[in-house]
Design a protein around this ligand. Structure first.
Ligand SMILES: *[C@@H]1O[C@H](CO)[C@@H](O)[C@H](O)[C@H]1NC(C)=O
Ligand SMILES: *[C@@H]1O[C@H](CO)[C@@H](O)[C@H](O)[C@H]1NC(C)=O
Ligand SMILES: *[C@@H]1O[C@H](CO)[C@@H](O)[C@H](O)[C@H]1NC(C)=O
Ligand SMILES: *[C@@H]1O[C@H](CO)[C@@H](O)[C@H](O)[C@H]1NC(C)=O
Length: 580
């Protein structure tokens, strides 16, 4: 009906005449322009490829491309790209038309949506069957994509954002997966594999990775140290080939034990025949622990040093101490073998004031020990039973499992890096820690970790096991003293028995192992493990309560003979908030 109105018809006919004029004008002006842009540069590039990019007034190059151009030495045009996970390749085809780059889209089977993090990160594995337990993860066909200079991957951010929203809404099917995303993992591993296939270190040219997306690339595989440029949704990396090879040699997840990786001379030679070999002895490695906020663990750290030194290690022992640790304690710690580094402690942003974990983020300072290539962090409530130096052959982040897909932060292999420390500091307000402590936080940042045998971090936890079964199996490397610490009990028995809710940690046999280390200490170090009057009164009260409750284990009946009961010291500085 509307078309029959005369007024409207008139208007339409007028406008189509105008359109024709405009179109003719456009054609007239754009044709020479198109000619200039499309026809002119192509024959020029085909006959004689320039060694640098065309100048910017001819073609507008994206920033990421200019960054690669600037840092890429001795490389030929066009730049060869492998595109991973791109549906829209319009921007790349424009640049291809100009002969600036060439590309191939990488083909691989994406994981089905029903595959979850748990598939690759099971809580439990059979450690006696190494190398056989990970489900396979589809990768690009080996050898199919060669001659690449840059692997460009589009991050599956929509999925990650949705996952995060569901997590916050409480509607996520697999609870607490958080930002853990198997599709991003698959894509990251595929990218790493392609990079390594295209440059195993034998080529002198660099190889680049670029990620595009509104979410971040995986910091576990693409290290901030290798980040060349980041702007908006673009991340450009120039990865170290050795590090990449190490990552790729690890299992897909914690579905299998990590594989040791040592930079043997042979491997280095193969990679670069002209390189000067570093002798093994110059590898800069250290055992590290931390004391902060109170002196409660000074004795524990002394015992730890003694137990490590008994294994005849040649690594350094480094202790980070905040200002609550007195000069007197520092002297004892040094005598025990620790090199001391003074630090300022770091508050956990999600912890309550005065909470037990208020300052646990201080542990993040370990990443600042950049005078070492690799560090084994050990909590001060552990002792080492036999040599564990060979665990330095595993990369960051390797650790023993805790529960679910979480690692225990009591022992961690990590690689110090100032930029990674900065990254940890910057993310601490936005990334939640499941328990407000460092373990929860680190598990959120480093979701792709490598599983070490649980023998490395033997937790003193027995559930409701019978008393005679609460032993340390022969093959364990350390003991991690959960519950009340041995030096806060009398040596006569494990005072965890005196509290019903702590009996899961109780074992006299394991308690006695710690006192063996104490007995081997130099006599001048033992006073650092003296009993404080405060602790003494606390454990005696618990003993009385255990007696009143008539606890069936009957440990409260054991007579206390420990001579430390006659040498109580005044309560040490346990609450030093005023200092910092
Ligand atoms: C997931 O889906 C694939 C098909 O897409 C199917 O073959 C497989 O059995 C499914 N796995 C699970 C655990 O449901
Ligand atoms: C999360 O909740 C918001 C508001 O209740 C809703 O708009 C959104 O669709 C939810 N997202 C998901 C992924 O369930
Ligand atoms: C925090 O640190 C304290 C003291 O060092 C330790 O007892 C506790 O287990 C830590 N908590 C967490 C959640 O990491
Ligand atoms: C305490 O428990 C034992 C058995 O464990 C029982 O024989 C004894 O009568 C109890 N004593 C009191 C005072 O309840």
């Amino acid at each position: 009906m509307a078309y029959t109105k005369p007024g409207l018809t008139t208007i339409t006919s007028t406008s189509s005449t105008q359109r024709l004029i405009v179109f003719s004008f456009l054609l007239l002006f754009t044709f020479p322009l198109l000619l200039l842009v499309f026809v002119f540069p192509r024959p020029y590039l085909q006959t004689e490829p320039p060694t640098s990019f065309p100048s910017l007034d001819k073609v507008k190059l994206p920033r990421w491309l200019r960054v690669i151009q600037k840092t890429h030495i001795g490389h030929q045009m066009p730049l060869r790209l492998g595109l991973v996970n791109f549906e829209d390749i319009e921007s790349f085809s424009q640049l291809r038309l100009h002969g600036i780059l060439d590309y191939v889209t990488i083909d691989f089977q994406h994981l089905s949506p029903n595959v979850t993090w748990k598939t690759y990160f099971p809580e439990w594995i059979d450690e006696t069957r190494p190398g056989k337990q990970c489900p396979s993860i589809p990768m690009p066909e080996p050898g199919r994509y060669s001659g690449l200079d840059v692997v460009v991957a589009k991050l599956p951010c929509e999925e990650i954002k949705k996952r995060q929203e569901e997590y916050n809404n409480g509607t996520q099917k697999s609870k607490k997966e958080g930002t853990r995303d198997v599709h991003r993992l698959q894509l990251s591993l595929a990218t790493a594999r392609l990079l390594l296939e295209n440059n195993d270190g034998s080529r002198d040219e660099d190889i680049y990775a670029m990620f595009v997306g509104k979410c971040e690339p995986m910091v576990e595989i693409f290290r901030c140290d290798d980040l060349v440029w980041h702007g908006g949704e673009y991340w450009v990396y120039k990865p170290k080939v050795d590090k990449l090879r190490e990552s790729i040699s690890m299992p897909v997840g914690t579905c299998d034990l990590a594989t040791p990786y040592s930079y043997s001379g042979a491997r280095q030679l193969q990679a670069n025949p002209n390189q000067q070999l570093e002798p093994q002895t110059t590898r800069r490695e250290a055992y590290v622990t931390i004391l902060h906020s109170s002196e409660d663990y000074v004795c524990g750290a002394i015992a730890l040093a003694q137990s490590i030194l008994q294994t005849n290690t040649n690594k350094d022992l480094v202790l980070l101490a905040d200002r609550t640790i007195s000069d007197h304690s520092i002297a004892g710690l040094q005598a025990a073998g620790w090199k001391i580094k003074r630090i300022d402690r770091i508050r956990s942003p999600h912890a309550m004031v005065d909470a037990y974990n208020e300052w646990n983020y201080s542990k993040l300072r370990v990443w600042q020990l950049t005078e070492y290539d690799k560090v084994m962090f050990i909590d001060a409530d552990l002792i080492v039973l036999r040599n564990i130096d060979h665990f330095f052959d595993f990369p960051q982040l390797s650790a023993a499992p805790n529960s679910k897909w979480i690692f225990n932060s009591g022992i961690m292999i990590l690689e110090p890096s100032e930029c990674f420390f900065d990254y940890l500091m910057s993310k601490r307000y936005t990334l939640k820690s499941y328990n407000g402590g460092d373990q929860g936080y680190l598990n959120e940042v480093l979701t792709w970790w490598h599983r070490l045998t649980k023998k490395l971090n033997f937790m003193k936890f027995f559930g409701n096991k019978k008393e005679e079964d609460r032993l340390v199996p022969e093959d364990r490397y350390t003991i991690h003293f959960l519950g009340m610490k041995p030096w806060t009990c009398y040596r006569d028995y494990d005072c965890n028995w005196d509290r019903k809710d702590y009996q899961v940690f109780a074992s006299d046999a394991v308690h006695a192992r710690w006192w063996q280390v104490y007995d081997a200490m130099a006599p001048e170090l033992q006073p650092y493990c003296a009993m404080t009057a405060q602790t003494d009164s606390r454990i005696r009260k618990r003993r009385q309560r255990a007696q009143k409750a008539n606890l069936s284990d009957g440990h409260w009946k054991i007579e206390i003979k420990d001579p430390r009961q006659y040498n109580l010291v005044s309560s040490s500085r346990t609450n030093q908030r005023a200092i910092s």
